[in-house]
Design a protein around this ligand. Structure first.
Ligand SMILES: NC(=O)C1=CN([C@@H]2O[C@H](COP(=O)(O)OP(=O)(O)OC[C@H]3O[C@@H](n4cnc5c(N)ncnc54)[C@H](OP(=O)(O)O)[C@@H]3O)[C@@H](O)[C@H]2O)C=CC1
Ligand SMILES: O=C1O[C@H](COP(=O)(O)O)[C@@H](O)[C@H](O)[C@H]1O
Length: 514
């Protein structure tokens, strides 16, 4: 098995005001990872593959770790292993297959319901047996519960864990829970869910996962902003004209229509993933890299966002979305939205933050595009060629590039748009960029909450979007139909132009090839 391919320093920022009493948690020793909802889609596609990659790279040691799948479906250990096997070995090299079979042997399945004690007592028995087999002193081991489950069952599952499966943390070990989005449907339901979970678990035990916070280039945002003298004086309303944070998918809801129709694109992508990215683009410099210092700054940005105006919103629904039998024929759910947010503070007053997300569009990509103002006193008459932009391409083809105006090589004094380009595939050849889930699961084991959403952040995020969401839910605001495979409704581009975004016509960034 290869040892860690990607460099990760042991967290030095686990202790903070929220973590009092948790500073001395052991980072070695018996570890049980319990995947609740192990029979489901997320578990097989993301959770187990992330655990496998951590195992393969030596971050999970077979002499310490045991993995339990839990769900109602009655299947054997072997059946669960078969279900997930195909998702583990995408690049099936020969040494890889040995790792796969060793990893699969670490997995045990327990079947039980989510609202009765019997199954959880059985689960506790299995975990304890494993802990005993690893000679772990009672209570000194670590138990990580990953909720790959619909949020409707979170409260009962939390109760059952609290009642039947807790590690005795006062003896040095810990119990942590990782909860997936969506955390509620609006401010009220989210607060209710938070209160229910909060009665049973303390904040340092709760990891609200937003997998966009685990993406390499999202994590790079703070470094680019705060470690480069170049950007420090420019990152404000005096120099930046507008910011776009864009998510595009070139496929529709595909088999998830029932889930999606209840939530829509704003709850699925914008209120969580894109808003978290916005926080990192807009926040002030944190006092340090301690999780609470970072999260404090994120909350301040969210609390400075002004109420959303109707004229700053364009909604869309792709044609054919309602053909899905699990989607009602009269669905008002947006599959596309452009929403402009305004941040009322000294740094950002007057700068539109344009959040755009859509399904069934012409391409798949996620990026942050920071567009600078025009250079004053344009002696080259090059204004029409476009503005300076820094683009952070989250996916695909991770890259950071800066669009600049330069002299066109040749005898003429002509200008052209070009770029300074840091394309990861070219610059970091042979380096594997970890999957977001991989990195975040490792953080939960290490007790680092920096890249997880704190309860007050979540509340502030819902406060921004709840009034708009209620107007959509009640049918007061309607999505405009758009053709699948298109850019979305034309009105969204008109809104962009109105917000001040200037498109560089004729310029296309092409990821460099090796
Ligand atoms: N799938 C994805 O790509 C993503 C999912 N998520 C979130 O992750 C969580 C899990 O998602 P996903 O795996 O897709 O969900 P699934 O619908 O596949 O559900 C997971 C498991 O939960 C159990 N389950 C399903 N519905 C119910 C119900 N109504 N009551 C009780 N148990 C139920 C089922 O197990 P059994 O019947 O065997 O008990 C199922 O296998 C959700 O919160 C989702 O929003 C977040 C990001 C991406
Ligand atoms: O959370 C979600 O994210 C995926 C997109 O994730 P990505 O890492 O592939 O960008 C999206 O398809 C899904 O609808 C949403 O629930």
């Amino acid at each position: 098995m290869a040892s860690g391919q990607w460099l990760m320093k042991k967290s030095s920022c686990g202790s903070d005001s929220f973590s009092k009493g948790y500073e001395n948690v052991p980072e070695t020793g018996c570890l049980s990872i319990i995947v609740l909802g192990a029979s489901g889609d997320l578990a097989k596609k993301k959770t187990f593959p992330a655990l496998f990659n951590l195992y393969r790279q030596g971050f999970l040691q077979s002499n310490e770790v045991h993995i339990f799948g839990y769900a109602r479906t009655k299947i054997s250990d072997e059946e669960l292993r078969k279900r997930i096997c195909g998702y583990l070995c995408k690049d099936a090299s020969p040494d890889h297959s040995e790792d796969v079979s060793k990893f699969l042997q670490l997995i045990k399945y327990v079947s039980g319901s989510y609202d009765t004690e019997k199954g959880f007592q059985q689960l506790d028995k299995e975990i304890s047996e494993h802990e005993l087999a690893k000679n772990s002193a009672e209570g000194s081991s670590r138990r990580l519960f990953y909720f790959a489950l619909p949020p409707s069952v979170y409260p009962t599952v939390c109760k059952m864990i609290k009642k039947c499966c807790m590690n005795k943390s006062d003896l040095g070990g810990w119990t942590r829970i990782v909860v997936e989005k969506p955390f509620g449907k609006d401010l009220e339901s989210s607060e209710r869910l938070s209160a229910q979970i909060g009665e049973l678990f303390k904040e340092p035990q709760i990891y609200r996962i937003d997998h966009y916070l685990g993406k390499e280039l999202v994590q790079n945002m703070l470094v680019v902003r705060f470690a480069n003298r170049l950007f420090l004086p420019l990152w404000n309303r005096d120099n930046i004209d507008n910011v776009q944070i864009v998510f595009r998918e070139d496929f529709g809801t595909e088999g998830r229509g029932g889930y999606f129709d209840e939530y829509g694109i704003i709850r699925d992508i914008i209120q969580n993933h894109l808003l978290q990215v916005l926080c990192l683009v807009a926040m002030e410099r944190p006092v340090s890299l301690k999780p609470e210092h970072i999260r404090d700054e994120k909350v301040k940005v969210l609390q400075s966002v002004l109420p959303i105006k109707d004229e700053d919103v364009v909604l869309g629904q792709y044609e054919g979305y309602r053909d899905d039998p699990t989607v009602p024929n009269n669905s008002n759910t947006p599959t596309f939205a452009t929403v402009i947010l305004h941040i009322h503070n000294e740094r950002w007053e007057g700068v539109p933050f344009i959040l755009k997300a859509g399904k069934a569009l012409s391409s798949r990509k996620a990026e942050i595009r920071v567009q600078f103002k025009d250079a004053p006193g344009d002696i080259f008459k090059c204004k029409k060629q476009g503005r300076n932009e820094i683009v952070i391409r989250l996916q695909p083809s991770e890259a950071i590039y800066m669009k600049l105006t330069v002299k066109q090589p040749g005898l003429e004094m002509a200008t052209a748009q070009s770029e300074l380009d840091l394309s990861y595939r070219q610059r970091y050849q042979g380096v594997t960029i970890p999957e977001a889930y991989e990195r975040l699961i490792l953080d939960t084991i290490r007790g680092d909450q920096q890249h997880f959403v704190r309860r007050d952040e979540l509340k502030a995020a819902w406060e921004i979007f709840t009034p708009l969401l209620h107007r959509i839910d009640s049918g007061e605001m309607k999505p405009i139909p758009y053709e699948p495979g298109s850019r979305g409704p034309a009105q969204a581009d008109e809104l962009l132009a109105k917000a001040g975004y200037v498109q560089t016509h004729g310029y296309i960034w092409i990821p460099p090839t090796l």
